[in-house]
Design a protein around this ligand. Structure first.
Ligand code: SF4
Length: 323
């Protein structure tokens, strides 16, 4: 392990940004508090470990233009903004975020033109950054443009806003996601305490508008790496009509070793979760293979090998953790 750079602070790399609602939830006197740990900079972020990298899931290798990642023939990621409502200390895309910058109109037009010119694309995933920090007007223009592309079937929005900054969710913002095509919202939620009354009210606004809500969780040491914490979170999500979708193994982002469990620990937690909760409350435990080789399940019996080597969806073997 090496110090990334002497005489620097974690905030030099990734500025602290905590929404008012999230700040009210965390215990500032305890660095071990599972909410504080996700948002308050720590000196551990200055340590780089073998295999870590700035772009751990290899977005750049599959990016035909600014704001677009095309890794699979039938899907693209469209990142209309590099702004988030909060800065998660373990963010896998933080190398590309943090600038107060959204795609300008010509850039957005180029990205939409690319999608129009590629008929195999069936699904657009709006991510970022956080698409729900855009104004309702801008978001509505974007979803209308996507809705008008005949070969698209599905639009998915990835956001931390309903959980971490629920006051941003307004009737107009929800209405901006009204489309003829199938629209899904995937919220990022890592701990049951994040499901506050306000967060639940915000997600209910999308559900009541007919938009199914899924949850993505990052497995994080000191935040949710116990069967109790995961079971409580997954059951609370299901009770709120939010389907647990993915449990992400923490990516090889530089300076996040203190958050990362081993794949073996993650598998053991999933096995325990399977014993304790209904199938409805079980997410799929997944790993993004470093270098842009895609996401694969890592559960026993139907996934790659876990510690040592992993196989991508085409059967290619990759050393994991990478050297
Ligand atoms: S909300 Fe998502 S994109 Fe933004 S900092 Fe957190 S993990 Fe990264």
């Amino acid at each position: 392990m090496n110090k990334i750079a002497p005489q620097t602070t974690p905030a030099d790399f990734w500025p602290e940004l905590i929404s008012e609602e999230t700040r009210a939830l965390l215990d500032p006197s305890s660095p071990a508090d599972p909410i504080a740990r996700q948002y308050v900079p720590s000196a551990d972020e200055l340590i780089s470990s073998p295999g870590e990298r700035a772009d751990p899931i290899g977005d750049a290798a599959h990016s035909p233009m600014r704001g677009l990642v095309h890794r699979h023939p039938d899907r693209v990621l469209l990142m209309p903004t590099e702004v988030c409502a909060v800065h998660c200390r373990f963010c896998f895309r933080r190398h590309a975020l943090g600038q107060p910058r959204s795609l300008n109109e010509p850039e957005l037009d180029s990205a939409l033109g690319y999608i129009r010119a590629h008929p195999p694309i069936r699904e657009v995933i709006l991510t970022g950054g956080d698409p729900l920090v855009l104004s309702a007007e801008r978001l509505a223009r974007l979803t209308a443009a996507l809705d008008a592309i005949p070969h698209l079937a599905t639009i998915r929005v990835h956001s931390r806003v309903p959980i971490a900054a629920p006051s941003r969710v307004t009737t107009a913002l929800v209405a901006a996601l009204a489309t003829q095509k199938a629209m899904y919202l995937a919220v990022h939620c890592n701990h049951a305490r994040e499901l506050t009354r306000e967060a639940l009210a915000a997600t209910r606004m999308f559900l009541d508008a007919g938009i199914p809500v899924l949850a993505q969780t990052v497995l994080l040491r000191g935040v949710n790496d116990t069967a109790d914490a995961l079971a409580e979170l997954m059951e609370a999500l299901v009770a709120a009509r939010i389907k647990p979708y993915y449990l992400h193994h923490c990516d090889m982002v530089a300076g996040a070793a203190h958050f990362r469990t081993t794949v073996g620990e993650g598998r053991a937690l999933m096995a325990e979760l399977r014993r304790r909760v209904s199938g409805l409350a079980l997410p799929t435990y997944v790993l993004d293979i470093p270098g842009g080789h895609g996401k694969v399940p890592v559960e026993p019996g139907h996934g790659p090998d876990g510690e040592g080597w992993v196989k991508d969806t085409s059967g290619g073997a990759h050393r994991y953790p990478p050297e």
